[in-house]
Design a protein around this ligand. Structure first.
Ligand code: UT7
Length: 323
């Protein structure tokens, strides 16, 4: 018998304000055509003034709890994947714990930038598999609109805000890839590449800073590393792209999503794509896409779902889930 972390509920939240590509044309030298053709992005949501990462995380978390038919106090561990926590400390996770009225268990943040949700899932899986938690609430939430340089056309058109959440629960499985739940994890990082994607502020500078990215370099690593990590995660359970029902990739760039699917031998009809509507929401992008994939009727119980992401660090990884 193997203890598996099985998905019990999913939910998301997007801030009300939608910004179309054309809006950027009013203050920077860009075009809807460039943004669409280079990234696949058509629009994104931006948080309202005063609306924070933990506010959005609470809403996504409550939606996932409602979907699971559970209350906040049924959860043992709450993990928030974010690089844009409201404050330097305490964690966004403890703020969400308080916001949900959850007075037991434990909560902490995971910071692996765009790979954050994959890392958070891996942590939740380990806590459940080792018997330290029976139920986990795993959230990805970001307000990247607060770390943009609005004069830098190479970055500010690419990102958006939002939150998504998953409820996981311990369930006994047979130990085979037919089990429901998290079946395989592959995590990687390489700090030699810390300077190609970073925020130039923080405790060291005593200001929040803005995002800086060498887009072409990150693109090159993404195309190479995402297919490789997904392949490794699948190989661990004796599976290949041919066994995959859905790829739910990090939503940064449609060209990266397509290239990765092609390398994995998975047709685009089996890829959940939301980048056109959300832009890059960093650690929120995979749980948002999972929740929307379920709401659209794409992802169904029993499906083999592969998530993969890469971001600042560089940090990257993949988690395979039998839904
Ligand atoms: O989530 C973390 C992971 N992040 C990513 O995965 C992002 C990875 N990178 C990318 O998605 C792409 O590299 C970008 C979308 C950022 C850029 O696409 P690209 O095809 O690599 O374009 P580029 O950076 O090579 O720029 C091509 C041209 C440049 O002009 P020149 O030098 O050829 O004259 C840029 O200055 O496009 C110009 N450009 C723009 N033009 C209009 C850059 N940004 C813009 C813009 N509007 N917003």
């Amino acid at each position: 018998m193997t203890t598996r972390a099985v998905v019990r509920g999913v939910g998301h939240y997007l801030p009300e304000r939608i910004v179309e590509n054309a809006e950027f044309e009013t203050w920077i030298d860009t075009s809807d055509e460039w943004i669409r053709s280079r990234s696949g992005i058509e629009r994104r949501h931006f948080a309202a003034e005063g609306e924070t990462t933990s506010d959005m995380a609470c809403k996504a978390a409550q939606a996932a709890l409602d979907h699971a038919g559970l209350a906040a106090d049924d959860i043992d561990v709450l993990i928030v994947a974010t690089s844009t926590a409201d404050l330097t400390f305490p964690s966004a996770a403890t703020m969400v714990q308080n916001g949900l009225g959850m007075t037991r268990g434990f909560a902490f943040d995971v910071q692996a930038v765009c790979a954050g949700f994959v890392y958070a899932l891996a942590n939740a899986n380990a806590l459940i598999a080792s018997g330290q938690a029976n139920r986990a609430l795993v959230i990805g939430a970001e307000t990247f609109s607060r770390i943009m340089n609005w004069e830098d056309r190479t970055t500010c058109v690419l990102f958006g805000d939002g939150a998504g959440a998953l409820v996981l629960e311990a369930q006994d499985g047979k130990g085979t890839p037919e089990d429901r739940g998290i079946l395989s994890v592959d995590l990687n990082s390489d700090g030699r590449f810390k300077d190609i994607l970073y925020v130039d502020g923080g405790v060291a500078t005593q200001n929040t800073g803005v995002l800086r990215m060498e887009g072409k370099e990150v693109f090159r690593h993404a195309v190479e590393k995402l297919a490789a990590t997904a392949h490794t995660a699948l190989e661990k359970i004796g599976m290949t792209g041919a066994d995959v029902d859905w790829i739910v990739p990090h939503q940064a760039n449609l060209r990266i999503i397509k290239a990765t699917a092609q390398k994995m031998g998975v047709p685009m009809e089996r890829v959940v794509v939301t980048v056109q509507d959300h832009g890059n929401t960093s650690a929120a992008s995979i749980p948002l896409a999972l929740s929307i994939g379920v709401a659209r009727g794409q992802i169904k119980p029993g499906d083999l779902v592969v998530t993969e992401a890469i971001g600042g660090g560089l940090a990257w990884g993949s988690v395979v889930i039998r839904w």
